[in-house]
Design a protein around this ligand. Structure first.
Ligand code: HEM
Length: 185
């Protein structure tokens, strides 16, 4: 089912707001991780990792799912398709991978760090704390860039679909342009 213009615009606003929120949140996590690692004050380290836990417990997953869901609606409800254009397909898999990594690596890592500092010990391997935000921030920036530039053209599946649409249309006597849109014969 294709989205009509108002529905597509509304979903795009939700999608960009969720994706930008997710990116900004990750930047905040990175700042807190740097503060936790570089300070000499145990109180600052504890405050920083506790703040990270609030972010990861309350915000990361809702924003990840909202980005993924709105992205799926936009893909399936518009001419972009999910597996038709490479930039969309790459974003889909990368978002899925970073969402899974947030559930199974980022959140447990931050919880462990809170338990460690709350027990009075210092962080065993502080790089663990900073690795997640660095990797996810790089991934979201990359996805932001490919969303705006929309590089790489059609996937193999997208090319096949375009060829078969062309075939069908030339049988019915209509010519199509390179995007598959109908042209006057
Ligand atoms: C962190 C992850 C993501 C970021 C940062 C992101 C960012 C963006 C941005 C900035 C746009 C607007 C581009 C423009 O209008 O020029 C956009 C559009 C779009 N995104 Fe995403 N996105 C993400 C995830 C996803 C996912 C997972 C999917 C698919 C499952 C997806 C599918 C789409 C589609 C199809 C559009 C075009 C919508 C249209 O023009 O109607 N995105 N995205």
């Amino acid at each position: 089912m294709k989205l009509d213009r108002p529905a597509r615009r509304a979903t795009l606003v939700v999608h960009v707001a969720a994706a930008a929120g997710w990116l900004g949140l990750t930047l905040g996590l990175l700042a807190l991780a740097v503060a936790a690692i570089t300070t000499d004050s145990a109180a600052t380290t504890e405050a920083a990792v506790r703040s990270m836990k609030i972010f990861t417990d309350w915000l990361v997953l809702p924003l990840a799912f909202l980005t993924l869901l709105s992205g799926l609606v936009l893909s399936l409800g518009t001419h972009w398709g999910l597996a038709r254009h490479r930039w969309v397909y790459v974003k889909f898999w990368l978002t899925l991978a970073t969402t899974i990594a947030s559930v199974f690596a980022l959140r447990p890592g931050v919880s462990d760090a809170v338990d460690t500092v709350a027990s009075g010990a210092s962080l065993v391997d502080p790089t663990d704390l900073i690795a997640g935000p660095i990797v996810s921030l790089s991934a979201y920036l990359f996805m932001m860039v490919i969303s705006v530039l929309k590089p790489w053209g059609l996937t193999k599946r997208g090319r096949k679909q375009r060829e078969s649409a062309r075939g069908r249309r030339s049988v019915s006597g209509k010519a199509v342009d390179s995007e598959g849109a109908r042209q006057p014969a």
